[in-house]
Design a protein around this ligand. Structure first.
Ligand code: SF4
Ligand code: SF4
Ligand code: SF4
Length: 348
């Protein structure tokens, strides 16, 4: 055991954890699952939901394991009647304010609240909601909030602040109690708030209510918009993309996307897309095969080089190309055509 390691017991098991790590992390590393709702791997602990409570020897009340650091000799219990009751109470308090509109919620099937309620066997809620459930939400071209479904975990606020550095979301006191306020003038429509929301309180707008999570096939791919190479999951129903999300543990973006990567996929299914080359003859375009089009281009290039020399040609490779294609493009211009007139349009 090095200087930076501590020894503790979790559910009777001896565990060695890094100094400075949380009880939640130490338990996870030891293969012990503690339920969470507001906790998110990519953000600092929020400690708002009360689900990750554990009992610690010597302390009379349960503590949030996401915010408690491991200590040498600590003894932690993650499952007990008292903890189960505390977690059921936390979920019940959320459900008092939460409409169970799962049948018309795009999140149903991959909703953390739904899963936790199921796992904790809560079948009814006796309490009356103290206030009305309906709240006015916000809606943009790409996203819509369903504020009555918000469980006030504040993940979206942390994500917009900590991960994206934008600060368009805030927790404010409204007439119906605490709520999330949205500043359209700051929002860059990255959709990170959608990515991290554990429930269906912020959702994609384009294909809303047209698919269920269990109907889609998730296809991992690389974003075609720029050279960063963000990893995407395409959610595909009936061979059509209905939603795009970021791959949480995928480099280089770790779940984050920009507005183009997350929402800019309409063109894929556009009827106006060119599917074969067009050759202009007498001012009119006609469809051609790839062989015919490429032969024509090669002939024209040869003709230009013969008449005016290789420096009469210039190449501009596309910012959406992968590095290997851009490399080949400059090889073609320098090595085959014999000109250094080669550039790349990535200037943004
Ligand atoms: S957020 Fe989850 S629990 Fe709430 S309505 Fe949607 S699927 Fe159901
Ligand atoms: S909108 Fe979603 S992420 Fe934001 S506080 Fe509500 S439940 Fe949490
Ligand atoms: S879309 Fe992005 S910038 Fe806008 S509120 Fe959500 S996280 Fe913040």
């Amino acid at each position: 055991m090095g200087m930076s390691a501590v020894k503790l017991k979790i559910d009777g098991m001896e565990v060695i954890a890094q100094k400075g790590s949380t009880v939640l992390q130490a338990a996870k590393d030891a293969g012990i699952k503690i339920p969470t709702l507001c906790f998110h791997e990519r953000m600092n602990p929020i400690g708002s939901c009360g689900m990750c409570v554990v009992e610690i020897g010597g302390k009379s009340e349960p503590v949030a394991s996401c915010e408690t650091l491991v200590e040498d000799g600590m003894s932690v219990v993650t499952q007990s009647e008292k903890l189960l009751q505390a977690r059921r109470d936390a979920l019940t308090a959320i459900l008092v304010h939460h409409p169970l509109d799962c049948p018309i919620c795009d999140k149903a099937g991959e909703c953390q609240l739904q899963d936790l309620v199921f796992e904790h066997g809560i079948t009814h809620v006796d309490m009356e909601a103290p206030t009305s459930k309906f709240r006015e939400g916000y809606s943009t071209t790409f996203l819509r909030s369903w504020p009555e479904r918000c469980v006030l975990c504040t993940r979206c606020v942390s994500a917009c602040n900590e991960i994206q550095g934008i600060g368009a979301l805030q927790v404010v006191d409204g007439p119906e109690g605490r709520q999330i306020s949205y500043d359209e003038s700051k929002c860059v429509s990255c959709g990170e708030c959608i990515q991290v929301c554990p429930v269906g309180a912020i959702l994609e707008k384009k294909a809303e209510l047209r698919w269920r999570p269990w109907e889609v096939k998730k296809v991992r791919t690389t974003c075609p918009y720029c050279g960063v190479g963000c990893q995407l999951l395409l959610h595909v129903k009936d061979n059509k993309i209905v939603k795009v999300s970021g791959v949480e543990d995928g480099e280089p973006n770790k779940g984050r996307l920009c507005v183009k990567g997350r929402f800019g996929f309409d063109f894929i299914h556009s009827k106006e897309r060119l599917t074969s080359p067009l050759i202009r003859e007498n001012g009119e375009f006609r469809e051609a095969s790839w062989d015919e089009a490429l032969d024509l281009i090669a002939d024209k290039f040869k003709q230009i080089i013969a008449e005016s020399g290789p420096d009469a040609l210039a190449g501009l490779s596309c910012a959406r190309s992968i590095n290997e294609d851009s490399y080949n493009m400059q090889k073609l211009f320098r090595g085959v055509f014999g000109t250094n007139n080669i550039d790349h349009c990535a200037r943004t």
